[in-house]
Ligand binder design. Structure first.
Ligand code: FPP
Length: 237
């Protein structure tokens, strides 16, 4: 399919799976896969921007990922810190707004400060929007939203009658961000894994056997081509 025939989704979300298996296949520790995976994140971000995608949301660390071996968790946290630094420069250069979704109270003070600085410095950019899900779980997000909403009901800010889909969305970490049009999961698993369950209600899903460290522009184009061919009927049912 020619590039000009592609229907470019406004918002792409990605479950970046398969780093561990990719590394194991090469006789390397799982952390080697995550390091390569982090480089692929940067490339994917640039390619998405070039293709005209407006929003990219990546699942970097789930609320369940704390159960992984300590060294792996530590390596991932170090990678996030390093990545956020690079991201800062890219955000300034390309006018990219960066937001982190998930429960950041579980993150180190240093990482939280880095996130705050990056979000604040990029808050007015509209060219491209990158959302990084760290310590994110959809159930956790909805429960946190529900707690704040109930507190607002209690203090009279809103009444239960006013509650509708839009109002609920506004309490989620993704408030103001349109729902994903296309969700990509790498490495052959066919699950949603607690990722944006409310927001993915009408998204198209694309699964590939390619492991995340092997994901590239060609793979992204394949996913967009599949999306282009899907019959998205009016009314989104
Ligand atoms: C899944 O692979 C991947 C993760 C749990 C973490 C995703 C992290 C990265 C891509 C690298 C760092 C990210 C940023 C934003 C800098 P897995 O370990 O579950 O692989 P497996 O299923 O083969 O074991």
């Amino acid at each position: 399919m020619n590039l000009e025939d592609l229907k470019i989704p406004t918002h792409v979300s990605i479950i970046m799976d398969g780093n561990g298996r990719w590394a194991k296949k090469r006789g390397m520790p799982r952390t080697f896969g995550h390091k390569r995976g982090a480089e692929v994140v940067m490339d994917t971000c640039r390619e998405s921007f070039k293709l005209g995608i407006k929003y990219l949301t990546i699942y970097a660390f789930s609320t369940e990922n704390w159960n992984r071996p300590e060294l792996e968790v530590r390596t991932l946290m170090t990678l996030f810190g390093r990545y956020l630094k690079i991201c800062y420069d890219e955000a300034m250069e390309n006018h990219m707004r960066v937001r982190v979704i998930g429960d950041r109270t579980g993150l180190s003070a240093e990482l939280r400060e880095q996130i705050r600085e990056l979000e604040e410095a990029s808050a007015d950019f509209t060219e491209f929007h990158l959302q990084i899900a760290i310590n994110y779980g959809s159930r956790d997000e909805m429960l946190r939203a529900m707690k704040r909403m109930m507190a607002d009901c209690k203090n009279g800010k809103i009444s239960p009658e006013e509650l509708d889909g839009a109002r609920f969305s506004s309490y989620l970490d993704t408030a103001d961000i349109p729902d994903p049009d296309l969700m990509i999961r790498t490495s052959g698993e066919l699950r949603l894994s607690n990722f944006l369950m409310w927001q993915h209600a009408y998204s198209e899903f694309y699964f590939t056997d390619t492991a995340w460290p092997d994901f590239n522009r060609e793979e992204l184009l394949k996913a967009i081509e599949a999306y282009t061919k899907r019959d998205r009927r009016y009314g989104r049912v």
